[in-house]
Design a protein around this ligand. Structure first.
Ligand SMILES: [Zn+2]
Length: 427
């Protein structure tokens, strides 16, 4: 059976709305365009043959990202779980009293869960969707005492993996957070990169692009002559990559005589930029380890950079086997949410790259293991919780070790713990 993932980059002009339809038919909508864009999202849902949104993510509190969701919900499309970056109590009163924000809050914002780095969205058993950054904080960083930063740069970033296919989308994430992601090598070698901040000059920094090395870049932009997206300087940075990525725009920028720019017209979803027909669809076929980029009558095919055979776990392929050897649910160094830790050991004969691996409890909460990177044969590595969502319950629980293909590689159930005493699993 064909295992396909479809990603609709919906034409919402100078805004963003991206719909994922997983192999099992589950849906994730990342952002919802501006006020008035609800009908475009409804049309995309209809085109995709789905009538509900299982997961919605508002990347940040700007109206070009949450503006249309109330229209979608009010049209009868249910949203089961909504996420945003939380910390609404720190928003200025002008934002909280803004009518568009209030519509967002009324329909999904007031029940939205805070998504933090390290957390995953349980979209589909064949996929992992990992939050790499939120609120200006990246994987492996401690929580700041209070949120600080520019609203765009506090956007949620998501790394989406399906077999070997890797895709990153980060709303309007800007240079400060990109620099931290790049310094820690947290998002490397993706197939598709959705350009940060609509192709603005303060996103898609050279260091971040050098980590991403995307085969395909998709820019969600409008014709807007004030924002001038994408910028010529941003396109130039993307074009300096080797190999050069295929760069697509949803719309054509229609200004002249300034620093806005365009890719070639045949790489633009809606070259006239007067209608809503610029949607770009990415369809990933896991069995073929390839994907297509389609718009209007154009379709281009790409091979997945690092395909993983679906039937074989990477650990089995590499001859490595990673197990959970120790847990510390009740550390004497407080608080638990920072100091809890788990030790893994690579008992196999080959090194294992733990990028995109995670630990998961029975409630689906996780710790990302990407910060551990490569663990050599016979070596151990310890990951601290550092604010990540999964809790090692002091009364006992179950923790699974999950690889990027979604397979449980090891699992331990542990009893009630003593303060400061590390539990040795015997694995
Ligand atoms: Zn925006």
């Amino acid at each position: 059976m064909a295992q396909t993932l479809r990603i609709y980059h919906i034409d919402v002009d100078q805004a963003s709305a991206t719909l994922f339809v997983s192999p099992a038919g589950h849906t994730l909508l990342v952002d919802s365009g501006r006020n008035g864009h609800g009908p475009r999202i409804l049309a995309a849902l209809q085109q995709a043959g789905v009538d509900r949104i299982d997961f919605f993510v508002d990347t940040h509190y700007h109206r070009d990202h949450y503006g249309g969701i109330d229209e979608v919900v009010d049209a009868g499309i249910p949203v089961t779980t909504a996420y945003d970056r939380g910390d609404k109590g720190f928003l200025p009163a002008s934002k909280r009293h803004d009518p568009t924000y209030k519509d967002y809050d009324r329909t999904v914002g007031n029940t939205a869960e805070q998504l933090t780095r390290g957390e995953t969205i349980p979209l589909d058993p064949l996929m992992t969707v990992t939050c790499t950054n939120a609120g200006g904080v990246v994987l492996g960083e401690n929580d700041p005492p209070h949120p600080a930063g520019e609203e765009n740069d506090m956007s949620i970033g998501l790394l989406v993996a399906f077999g070997g296919f890797r895709y990153w989308i980060g709303g309007d994430t800007e240079n400060p957070t990109e620099a931290k992601l790049a310094a820690r090598d947290l998002v490397q070698d993706v197939d598709v990169y959705v350009a940060d901040h609509h192709g603005a000059d303060n996103g898609s920094s050279a260091d971040f692009l050098a980590d991403l090395r995307p085969s395909v870049v998709i820019i969600s932009n409008g014709s807007n002559t004030r924002f001038r997206h994408p910028r010529a300087s941003t396109l130039a940075r993307m074009r300096r990559l080797t190999p050069q990525p295929a760069i697509y725009q949803l719309n054509k920028y229609l200004g002249t005589g300034d620093d806005g720019a365009n890719v070639a017209t045949d790489m633009i979803g809606d070259p006239e930029t007067v209608e809503d027909d610029g949607t770009i669809l990415v369809t990933v076929d896991q069995n073929a380890a390839s994907y297509t980029v389609s718009y209007r009558t154009t379709t281009a095919s790409f091979g997945v950079k690092a395909p993983i055979a679906p039937a074989l776990a990477p650990a089995a392929v590499a001859g490595g086997r990673v197990v959970i050897t120790k847990l510390l649910p009740d550390p004497t160094a407080k608080p638990d949410r920072r100091a809890e830790r788990v030790t893994l050991k690579n008992t196999g004969a080959a090194s294992v790259d733990l990028n995109d691996w995670f630990l998961r409890d029975s409630n689906g909460r996780v710790w990302s293991l990407s910060s551990l990177a490569i663990v050599a044969a016979g070596r151990s590595a310890t990951v601290r919780r550092n604010g990540m969502p999964m809790s090692l319950d002091n009364d006992g629980g179950t923790v699974a070790l999950v690889d990027p293909a979604g397979q449980v590689v090891d699992s331990v159930s542990y009893p009630a713990s003593q303060p400061g005493v590390e539990i040795v699993t015997g694995h």
